[in-house]
Design a protein around this ligand. Structure first.
Ligand code: SF4
Length: 401
């Protein structure tokens, strides 16, 4: 069988680490299986993507679904079945993991949904197709929701959480990626519980061994790739891990590659800051989520931010003049009326970030915020990206005008 894992990225310069990891892991288990990757962007015409899929003629087509691409993926999933009726179409990714049964009802042509972390699930599913297994065997693969021959929708339970060291390095060849942002994962999961975030759900953080991480970073450094973006949800949640990686990239700096990290600035202590202070200007850039400075809001969204420590750390970073600081704020959070929001904005503005990004609350399926939306009077768009329309504290006019 020929397998095609397809991703629709937001921009050409992005790449989808998920499908690279799925392929690397499945090929470790099934070395002779042919797995192709299809990377497109949401700016491609759906007809062009469809034509490319048709040319590749996969027996199995897996789409990776996120809020920014799921509408187009749904359309493609329907149309693929019209031109390649024998192709098994499966969906996976966060945007279909939490209401997979509903997705199957809306897309009767697809075979099923892979929920949660996909490496082991996809690998076992490919093994099942290769063996020509029956429905009974399929129901023993965790992480699937599929339609049984009887028409019943079957869920096989949660997918296993992966040991990151079991996933092979996904960028062996690197062909075609040299000029794109390389996404890299040295940890998965987040120990924190922010109510609007899906990374808070399992609360189990796993780390890739430093020995592997260092060898892989050296691979990028030797090839002088322009940027490596860590997808780790809170990179510095384990100090020893963060310090080891930051020390390594400082010692092996090639003068070109930039590394991007999402961090909690209030977890930066003197030792971490001293290390950053000695780095080449441009070696790293930091994305720091502040989101709000209203204590009542922070408590409602379950963020335990020490604002004084965060402010001090951001000020210290500014004094180094070597690290681009990107700060995030979210509008539409509970207990944040106009006055409170303007205070949060002013507080963050006074931190003098190099970049301030203002986002609107997105009420993601499966998040705690989704459960609390009624209580907070939060209404939000019915279609992705599920952005806030009004809250008990801000009416729609504030968001629209
Ligand atoms: S918003 Fe960031 S810190 Fe909070 S749970 Fe998500 S990844 Fe973790």
């Amino acid at each position: 069988m020929r397998y095609l894992l397809a991703a629709l990225n937001a921009k050409y310069i992005h790449s989808n680490l998920g499908i690279y990891s799925l392929k690397a892991y499945a090929q470790k288990r099934h070395p002779s299986v042919e797995i192709l990757l299809g990377e497109y962007t949401i700016n491609h015409q759906p007809g062009d993507i469809l034509a490319d899929i048709y040319r590749k003629k996969p027996d199995f087509l897996g789409f990776s679904c996120y809020i920014w691409n799921v509408e187009t993926v749904r359309r493609l999933a329907r149309d693929v079945k019209k031109i390649l009726p024998d192709t098994a179409v499966w969906l996976g990714g966060p945007e279909v993991s939490y209401d997979a049964g509903q997705v199957l009802k809306e897309l009767p042509g697809i075979s099923g949904v892979m929920t949660g972390e996909g490496e082991e699930t996809f690998s076992r599913l490919a093994g099942w197709y290769e063996a020509g297994g029956g429905e009974a065997e399929l129901s023993h693969i965790p992480g699937l929701v599929f339609r049984a021959e009887s028409g019943e929708i079957v869920s096989t339970g949660p997918a296993p959480l992966m040991d990151l060291d079991d996933i092979p390095f996904p960028y062996g060849g690197l062909e075609g990626l040299e000029h794109r942002i390389i996404y890299y994962e040295s940890s998965r999961g987040c120990p924190f519980s922010c109510s609007y975030c899906l990374s808070s759900i399992d609360k189990t953080v796993r780390f890739r061994s430093l020995e592997l991480v260092k060898a892989e970073l050296l691979f990028f450094l030797e090839r002088r790739v322009p940027q490596v973006k860590f997808v780790d949800r809170t990179f510095n949640c384990r100090k020893s891990h963060a310090m080891a990686i930051w020390s390594f990239i400082s010692e092996h700096d090639n003068g070109v590659t930039n590394f991007h990290f999402e961090i909690s600035a209030d977890l930066l202590d003197g030792e971490m800051l001293a290390l950053i202070g000695k780095m080449r200007p441009g070696l790293i850039q930091l994305e720091i989520g502040v989101q709000t400075t209203n204590p009542e809001t922070l408590s409602a969204i379950r963020r335990r931010t020490d604002l004084d420590r965060l402010r001090d750390a951001v000020a210290q970073l500014k004094r180094f003049h070597n690290t681009h600081r990107h700060l995030d704020l979210i509008a539409g959070l509970p207990f944040e009326d106009m006055e409170s929001f303007m205070r949060s904005f002013d507080d963050v503005y006074r931190m003098e970030p190099d970049e301030l990004q203002l986002g609107f609350l997105k009420v993601l399926k499966g998040s705690h915020m989704e459960q609390m939306a009624g209580e907070y009077g939060i209404s939000y768009g019915s279609e992705p990206p599920y952005e806030v329309l009004s809250t008990r504290w801000l009416d729609y006019g504030r968001f629209s005008g």
